[in-house]
Design a binder for this molecule. Sequence first.
Ligand SMILES: [Zn+2]
Length: 205
Amino acid sequence: MDTRIGIGWDSHAFKPGIPLRIGGMTIDHPEGLAGHSDGDVMLHAITDALLGAVSAGDIGSFFPPGDARWKDADSSIFLNLALAELESAGYRIVNIDTTLVLTAPKIAPIAGDMRARLADLLSIDIDQISVKAKTPEGMGLDHVAQCHAIALVQRTPESEELKSMSAVIETQKQLEDVVDDLLASVHGVPKKRVITPIFDTEDIT
Ligand SMILES: [Zn+2]
């Protein structure tokens, strides 16, 4: 399986007098999002999408809300954990799409900055991350911010190489050949083939 997909969703209530953190940015607004951590609804949704894509659980299984260590934590910590899980599973991000659902502030004017910040945090190009926003029309959720995220991931070529290598290596001799090949490719010189002659050529005549 070369590609996998993950989905994430999160919500936090607005609370006056605390900083608003969304997408790894501090946004000028009279209210912030209440949470055990910094309440960054978007980073939490993306973290769950990435963990989900490689069946690695969810944010709560790694960072229980009651754990004092994550009180007011910068949510990029959670994102970094998801990136590490993704890498150790042998996958990389193809693209991530997000939808924020909130009444205010207006996201469109800062969506470009938010994408740049997210691309930076995720070590991807800006065209691999999308930020969209809607208002929660008719849902009675004006005091809440929600975020939906979806992530497509792809097996890394390196892990493909390792997989095929492990399938081939069955004997010590094969292992030595693989190591020789690797050394040759690293040093850019053809590998040495040590051929042991069956007969001493002097004796064939
Ligand atoms: Zn959250």
